[in-house]
Design a protein around this ligand. Structure first.
Ligand SMILES: Cc1cc2nc3c(=O)[nH]c(=O)nc-3n(C[C@H](O)[C@H](O)[C@H](O)COP(=O)(O)OP(=O)(O)OC[C@H]3O[C@@H](n4cnc5c(N)ncnc54)[C@H](O)[C@@H]3O)c2cc1C
Length: 398
């Protein structure tokens, strides 16, 4: 059932908002909820209607679940009955490895994101879907957000703005304050959800095929459907004509069965994935989640990064709401927290994705994993470890 707006567009202008959040994905809806729990008056806007699909591997790792636990949402998400993840099965040509992957959960983005928005609304957040938002000019004590819906335009003022608009740069496009650097060789993402209930691709495992042109991961979600998501070289996609055919080719080459509806499914694509946008804070605006930067999804951490930044930004948003003047301290503070929480991990992820581009290096790595299981455990711990994230979050608080 579509999530209804809680305030109409024509009804918004009269309110001075403490916080406006642009984008109601995982990062935006959690940031909005946290801001409301801190006592702020919050408006959450998104250009789409919800529930909506989104290209994503649909796997929440242990770090993500830990953040949800700390903010009191773990139960709400685990009760959605997404299969618990216990393993990761990787194939490249004739090689394959199966490694244990403790602690994760697979949930479709339709259900996950709608649940998080409902949780935000329950804390008093006002929600407005189907509206394109853009950052406008700043005034001494507020900043403007322009809202647009099918020819109807409106503008609201806020003391703090959180940009959680994912890879779409439109919300930042007007002011000229931000620069997005996209890595030239960056892959693009594509995904679909398939209604098929064969015995292939058992629930609880991430099944991933990788080859020279990209990789694709398949996982069963809460209702047994098969979530398919991959990252591909742009040339590889062009050569194959469609993401369905590209994925089919990749699966066949890695010896995976091809789901019957792969070619007829409704595919979605993304812009090039590996990018950074700077500055992450500027004149009452804070960037979180993919809007601040993203790398290819091989290690499956994107939602964890979004949730970590959503929780952590609350402190700086509180400062911006309570202080009439924007101070460089807030800009420096959020930049420092963001670097500590996310950028170091993104560097690690970048190394992996670079290595995966070489078939021979991937094969060597798979042989090493098979020979030395402790190495695999170390890497999973690095990607998935909530202990390390907890340490970082504590450091950011101090
Ligand atoms: C192929 C692939 C596989 C992935 N697999 C995984 C995985 O298994 N696990 C994992 O943790 N991560 C994975 N990710 C990454 C994950 O999907 C993202 O990191 C995560 O969705 C980021 O959340 P977000 O809230 O920042 O952005 P999003 O979830 O993209 O949400 C942004 C929202 O902003 C809205 N929006 C955009 N512009 C505007 C505007 N101007 N006005 C109003 N609204 C706007 C959009 O409609 C959207 O709803 C994967 C990504 C890809 C591409």
């Amino acid at each position: 059932m579509t999530l209804a707006e809680t305030r109409s567009l024509s009804d918004l202008q009269a309110t001075l908002w403490d916080v406006v959040v642009i984008g109601a994905g995982v990062a935006g809806s959690v940031a909005a909820r946290e801001a409301a729990r801190a006592g702020h008056r919050v408006l959450l806007v998104d250009k789409r209607h919800f529930p909506r699909r989104k290209v994503c591997g649909a796997c929440l790792n242990e770090v993500a679940l830990d953040v949800l636990d700390q903010i009191g949402l773990r139960e709400a998400i685990t009760s959605l009955a997404g299969p618990r993840l216990t393993g990761f099965h990787l194939r490249c040509g004739s090689r394959s490895i199966h490694v244990p992957l403790p602690g994760g959960l697979a949930i479709s983005r339709e259900i996950l994101d709608a649940t998080l928005i409902r949780a935000a609304i329950a804390e008093g957040v006002e929600f407005l879907p189907d509206v394109i938002a853009r950052i406008g000019p700043d005034h001494p004590t507020t900043r403007v957000v322009r809202l647009q819906r099918k020819g109807h335009e409106s503008a609201v003022h806020a003391r703090a703005i959180i940009v959680a608009s994912g890879l779409d740069g439109l919300s930042l496009s007007e002011s000229g304050e931000w620069t997005t650097r996209v890595v030239a060789s960056s892959r693009v993402g594509a995904g679909c959800v398939i209604e098929e209930s064969s015995a292939d691709y058992a629930p609880g495992t991430i099944w991933m095929g990788t080859g020279s042109g990209g990789y694709a991961g398949l996982v069963r979600v809460e209702d047994g459907r098969l979530n398919v998501a991959g990252a591909f070289d742009r040339e590889y996609l062009r050569r194959h004509g469609s993401p369905g055919v590209a994925t089919q080719c990749l699966l066949e080459k890695s010896g995976f069965p091809v789901p019957k509806q792969l070619l007829t499914a409704e595919w979605q694509g993304t812009v090039p994935l590996t990018r950074t946008t700077t500055p992450v804070a500027s004149r009452r605006v804070f960037l979180i989640g993919d809007a601040a930067g993203y790398v290819e999804p091989f290690t499956g951490e994107g939602m964890a990064w979004g949730l970590l930044t959503a929780r952590q930004v609350t402190h700086w948003v509180g400062q911006a709401v309570s202080q009439s003047q924007w101070s460089p301290e807030m800009e420096i503070g959020w930049k420092r927290d963001y670097r500590r929480l996310v950028q170091t991990r993104q560097r690690f992820c970048r190394v992996w994705t670079r290595m995966l581009r070489s078939q021979s290096l991937t094969s060597m790595a798979m042989s090493a994993f098979a020979a030395w299981p402790w190495l695999t455990r170390q890497i999973i711990e690095r990607v998935n470890s909530h202990r390390e994230q907890g340490k970082l979050a504590d450091e950011c608080k101090s």
